[in-house]
Write a protein that binds this ligand. Structure first.
Ligand SMILES: NC(=O)c1ccc[n+]([C@@H]2O[C@H](COP(=O)([O-])OP(=O)(O)OC[C@H]3O[C@@H](n4cnc5c(N)ncnc54)[C@H](O)[C@@H]3O)[C@@H](O)[C@H]2O)c1
Length: 297
């Protein structure tokens, strides 16, 4: 409780704050923008998809908050610095930075067949732009002695993802970057944390386009019994972006419906097993798996 008797959980949680959300038109980024606006923040939405930027800004403005859309490729030289400069120029400062941009780029395959060009693209879209954005907002946050940064990791940065070693390397790097930077700036009222996501419906993971034959498997794959939605992740980001997260420093919060805790255990209709028989891969109908939409592992 502060001097006025207000506890951290008395909302609105982000009243008067200015937030920047990269990948802000994506499934998670858009939900984060709505959550922050619902709690009193003005939001800068940065994404390369113009239609998603427009929709995300409309949702923020519908909540009575100011929105600024910035459309462009954030992996281009100078783009992140220009974004933060624009946010500072138009909205006066950046209190909350949510680095929701990150992509696997569908670059999967045996490591020995990957290329340096591919590693570089994954580095730019997952790690480099996150570091650039933190670098650009920290001087202002330090001067005001308040700031919140939420980076985006993946359970794949914690466990393995075969055929995606470079992607997992950069997501794992987000976790260690978050830990060190979080400790480095904590004394100045700044909190840097991360969210590690799994099985959340979004544009890049394509769970929107899975056929009905997959439906009965979802409770087997995900202990919580369903796919995650953008709002599930936005709730965690909101918590970390407010006074509620004041005592959390450099942590990666896993938000995955239980997949990493399950660690290879599956709830089938008859029993829990850590040795599922994947019959369809061997004899039943291999075409079921071959027909998975692009991007779905
Ligand atoms: N959804 C999941 O299950 C899951 C799992 C692990 C990690 N994540 C992480 O969550 C974060 C949010 O992703 P999401 O799942 O909402 O995906 P999404 O595809 O819905 O959103 C990503 C957004 O980023 C934008 N974008 C892509 N490249 C860009 C670029 N170069 N410049 C500017 N904008 C660009 C896209 O247009 C899109 O709107 C990412 O960091 C992702 O790695 C998600």
């Amino acid at each position: 409780m502060d001097e006025s008797g207000k506890a951290p959980w008395n909302g609105p949680l982000c009243a008067g704050r200015v937030a920047v959300v990269t990948g802000g038109g994506g499934a998670i980024g858009e939900a984060v923008g709505r959550a922050l606006a619902d709690h009193g923040a003005d939001v800068v939405v940065a994404d390369r998809a113009a239609d998603r930027v427009e929709a995300a800004c409309a949702a923020i403005e519908a909540r009575g908050r100011r929105a600024l859309g910035v459309t462009g490729d954030l992996t281009e030289a100078g783009a992140v610095e220009a974004l933060i400069a624009r946010a500072n120029a138009d909205f006066g400062r950046v209190d909350i930075l949510v680095n929701a941009l990150g992509e696997h780029l569908a670059l999967s395959g045996p490591f020995e067949r990957s290329s340096e060009e591919g590693w570089d693209r994954l580095y730019r879209v997952n790690l480099l732009q996150t570091m650039q954005a933190c670098h650009a907002v920290l001087p202002g946050m330090r001067a005001r002695r308040w700031g919140r940064i939420v980076n985006f990791s993946s359970v794949e940065g914690i466990r393995a993802m075969p055929n995606a070693a470079p992607y997992t390397a950069y997501k794992g790097a987000i976790d260690s970057f978050t830990k060190s930077l979080g400790v480095e700036v904590a004394g100045d009222g700044i909190r840097v944390n991360a969210v590690a996501v799994d099985k959340t419906r979004s544009h890049q993971v394509n769970f929107y386009r899975l056929g009905e034959e997959y439906d009965r498997h979802v409770p087997v794959w995900v202990p919580a019994g369903r796919y995650g939605e953008g709002d599930d992740i936005a709730a965690v980001v909101l918590f970390l972006s407010s006074e509620m997260g004041a005592w959390i420093v450099g942590q990666t919060i896993v938000a995955d419906g239980g997949t990493s805790s399950a660690g290879g255990w599956y709830r089938t209709p008859s029993r829990w097993t850590n040795s599922p028989l994947l019959k369809q891969y061997f004899e039943e109908d291999p075409a079921i798996n071959a027909a998975r939409p692009k991007g779905v592992q």
